[in-house]
Ligand binder design. Structure first.
Ligand code: SF4
Length: 67
């Protein structure tokens, strides 16, 4: 799977970084989430899924490999 953050939806509360700090970071200037590992697998994929569920803005998308 591939994950992507919609910068326009992200409210910068950092929940994804709390859940999956190896997958997400926040921009210093505005707190918007950036994806560090856009194709996580194994444990990181599970954490990314949890972050998707817990994101209050539904800003994290999970894409299939064909888009
Ligand atoms: S949890 Fe969602 S809204 Fe919060 S920083 Fe991460 S992507 Fe943005």
């Amino acid at each position: 799977m591939m994950i992507r953050v919609d910068e326009d939806l992200c409210v910068g509360n950092g929940q994804c970084v709390v859940v999956a700090p190896e997958v997400f970071d926040q921009r210093d200037e505005d707190g918007v989430s950036v994806v560090l590992v856009d194709r996580p697998d194994g444990r990181l994929a599970e954490l990314a899924d949890q972050a998707i569920r817990e994101c209050p803005a539904a800003a994290i998308a999970r894409l299939t490999d064909d888009g």
